[in-house]
Design a protein around this ligand. Structure first.
Ligand SMILES: N[C@@H](CCC(=O)N[C@@H](CS)C(=O)NCC(=O)O)C(=O)O
Length: 197
């Protein structure tokens, strides 16, 4: 059985959501970022990490894509043009969504006070809003890559939820509507339910 190290208030949410979508059983080992529990698995203290048997995997996006490939769902097959486009979308989301949110977190509470530059936050929020409108313009089907749900859908919705929690401005209505459709999925609800479990 898979073992996920982390909690749903972190990027581990993405991995748990993917496992729920795939219907794969897993054990959740609660561990906050940089805690001794996290370091017992991943020396950097970063979460999520995941054990597949004896093998430790790190980085939420790498783990999501590994699971999708391994179970042959929520992804285009490797070596196809669709997969290259899907991976481009994943990379774009890391650059334009995740990195902006993470920079905001670092300047809010992650870094020690003396390293924070709060004045940068309005600019990061504006950059995120611009990226969100670009994504809204790119929405073509029920999912980011068209008719099928894929890894970038989970990544993008997690980032949008993170942006709401971080007090960013609401995104374009088209994007909000698409995200709200994804939040109705049983796998999403099961993941969220772990927050209060
Ligand atoms: N790119 C990594 C980032 C992991 C990460 O930074 N996680 C945060 C919690 S969401 C963390 O563990 N932070 C602790 C630290 O940076 O020291 C991923 O997607 O898994």
């Amino acid at each position: 059985m898979y073992k996920v190290i982390g909690g749903v208030k972190t990027r581990a949410f993405r991995v748990i959501w993917m496992l729920e979508e795939l219907g794969q059983p897993f054990e959740l080992i609660p561990a906050g970022p940089r805690t001794d529990e996290a370091k017992a698995y991943n020396p950097t203290g970063k979460v999520p990490a995941m054990l597949d048997g004896e093998e430790l995997l790190t980085d939420s996006v790498a783990i999501m894509q590994y699971l999708a490939d391994k179970h042959g769902a929520l992804t285009a097959p490797a070596g196809t043009i669709q997969r290259a486009r899907q991976d481009a979308m994943t990379c774009w989301l890391i650059d334009e969504f995740d990195a902006i949110l993470w920079a905001t977190a670092k300047h809010s509470f992650v870094w020690p006070k003396e390293m924070r530059v709060p004045e940068i936050k309005p600019s990061l929020k504006a950059e995120f809003a611009r990226a969100a409108s670009v994504l809204a313009d790119r929405l073509e089907g029920p999912f980011l890559m068209g008719d099928e749900i894929t890894v970038p859908d989970l990544l993008a919705v997690h980032c949008l939820n993170w942006s709401i929690g971080a007090g960013f401005d609401p995104v374009d209505d088209r994007l909000a509507e698409w995200a709200s459709g994804l939040r109705k999925r049983d796998a999403f609800k099961a993941t969220r339910a772990r927050d209060t479990a």
